[in-house]
Design a protein around this ligand. Sequence first.
Ligand SMILES: NC(=O)c1ccc[n+]([C@@H]2O[C@H](COP(=O)([O-])OP(=O)(O)OC[C@H]3O[C@@H](n4cnc5c(N)ncnc54)[C@H](OP(=O)(O)O)[C@@H]3O)[C@@H](O)[C@H]2O)c1
Length: 225
Amino acid sequence: MEKPFIFINSAISLDGKLSTRERKQVKISNKEDLERVDSLRAGADAVMVGSNTVAIDDPKLTVKSEALRNQRKAKGMPENPAKVMVGSIKNIRVDGDFLNYGNAEKIIFTTEKEDIKKIEELRKKAKVYVLGKQKTNVKEMIEILSGLGMKRIMVEGGGTLNYEMLEAGLVDEIYVAIGPMIFGGKDAPTLADGEGLLYEKKINLEPIGTETLGDVYVLKYKVLR
Ligand SMILES: NC(=O)c1ccc[n+]([C@@H]2O[C@H](COP(=O)([O-])OP(=O)(O)OC[C@H]3O[C@@H](n4cnc5c(N)ncnc54)[C@H](OP(=O)(O)O)[C@@H]3O)[C@@H](O)[C@H]2O)c1
């Protein structure tokens, strides 16, 4: 089976942070950039986030532009990409936006350590895959998504999930929108957190483009393998 095309899109401060040390959802980019993000979503079969992002931000992850949603429908695609979450289901709000906002398929990848009652409750709203004892094997997860027909997958953070996907060699391209601000803080989430790589194992990138959207610079990279 062919691997789906997988890209990360994140907004960061100049110092590479996804948020401040409070780890709340914050505004980093601008209106033009959010329109760019909306187009990326509109071109994706699935939009993926980590469980902390769902717990903290409770993102809607839908396509905001009605015109773009209509274009998808005209192509025979679902109105919105599938929303995919990876990780613990403990803090997912059953009545929150991730699970309820907009007309979108919901898919959750979680592990055997989770409460079976909550899994059953979530199964009323989402497809739930229980993969792995403590951690989901992200390669297996992508094979499942590929089997469901997902050819283009957008990863929207946070830093832990971005790192997991990069470290597993699954990411093809990365787009970062750099907002004109600095957050600092060793505990603030960054574009790629997790365990980190040694220099010999670093992920090398090739720049493939830039865009200036008002006060935001968008940098685009291909991941080299
Ligand atoms: N600026 C942006 O573009 C942007 C975008 C998204 C998020 N954010 C910010 O990023 C922060 C959250 O980032 P984060 O790094 O803390 O969290 P995250 O990446 O959203 O979620 C991390 C969690 O996902 C689960 N996970 C990831 N890979 C997994 C795997 N292979 N198997 C099982 N579970 C896996 C783990 O959950 P468990 O340990 O619970 O099992 C892990 O703790 C928030 O401040 C949010 O606002 C910013």
